[in-house]
Design a protein around this ligand. Structure first.
Ligand SMILES: [Fe+2]
Length: 302
């Protein structure tokens, strides 16, 4: 019994307007809730990102969904380990169970189910022996990329092993794959995306990126074009990861953290048949794509 879904994340940022412009350019819709900005994906009745004003950019919290039984089990494991409950970092975020991970990030687990997200047509490609789109043009009309859902959050951490242990032993997540000493990918106990939390070793804690699912590689390209066309910095992409297998393109937000468009991420079955692997360092980042440049750097202020 444990967390069952990733619901949202919140950032503290020095300028709400700048954050609103970035995330709406990225393809999310914004609204206001009790003095904080909330962002949603079209067709999904669920807040996925919150922005709160504060002195410098940092992760405000990560919110998971569970049920009463799951929350009671997490609370019991906290008691065994002497982990205290904390107050919500902002009145707008009250409710559910609040605790801190070993890096001090506030974590909220609340009795809430993830809301359905809109589906997309299957992505059909012509490949040797499988010309499945005969008679149809493949290039879509030009259109704005609109993410379907939040997929995962990646954090820098100076205590990788402790953080992994917390997310597994206290919150009940499972390891998907890892590059020992460098990065660990964690999935939900009920399966689903290859990772909803990833932890990257660094000298300092920090928010690295959050990732949003789009319908196809075309949507990744169209999205990157719309964000860079609005004057934002390229992060890294277009490419394909090894661990998770997703196609990706990352864009820099106004504070040098990243928002990622992804599609085609590996799905982990709920039956426990996935075998986590230890992978070589070269698999940490990508199978192919441009040189990563400053992609993996931690830009969070000390
Ligand atoms: Fe990612």
């Amino acid at each position: 019994m444990s967390v069952q879904s990733l619901l949202s994340y919140a950032l503290t940022v020095p300028e709400l307007k700048a954050g609103q412009k970035f995330y709406t350019t990225f393809g999310l819709s914004s609204g206001e809730r009790d003095g904080v900005l909330a962002f949603r994906c079209d067709g999904r009745d669920q807040d996925q990102v919150f922005l709160v004003e504060g002195r410098k950019k940092r992760l405000n919290h990560v919110r998971f969904g569970s049920d009463d039984k799951g929350i009671a089990a997490i609370r019991a494991r906290m008691q065994q380990r002497g982990i205290k409950e904390i107050d919500a970092p902002h009145n707008a975020f009250g409710g559910g169970l609040w605790l801190q991970d070993p890096d001090g990030h506030p974590i909220n687990v609340r009795p809430e189910s993830p809301k359905p997200w809109r589906s997309a047509p299957a992505f059909a490609i012509n490949s040797p022996g499988h010309y499945q789109r005969a008679g149809q043009r493949g290039a879509p009309d030009r259109h704005a990329a609109r993410p379907h859902r939040l997929g995962h959050v990646l954090l820098h951490t100076p205590r990788l092993d402790q953080m992994v242990a917390f997310y597994i032993d206290v919150l009940g997540m499972k390891i998907s794959d890892r590059v020992p000493g460098i990065i660990s990918f964690l999935h939900l106990p009920g399966g689903g995306d290859h990772h909803v939390i990833a932890l990257l070793a660094d000298a300092r804690a920090g928010f690295h990126h959050a990732s949003f699912e789009v319908a196809s590689p075309d949507e990744i390209g169209l999205g990157a074009q719309q964000v860079m066309g609005a004057g934002y910095k390229n992060g890294w992409g277009f490419g394909r990861h090894v661990l998770g297998s997703n196609f990706f393109h990352y864009l820099r937000d106004p504070w040098n953290s990243l928002a990622e468009y992804f599609c085609d991420i590996d799905q982990i079955p709920a039956d426990g048949s996935w075998r986590p692997g230890d992978h070589p360092p070269q698999d940490s980042l990508y199978l192919w794509g441009p040189e990563p440049g400053d992609f993996a750097l931690n830009f969070e202020e000390a």
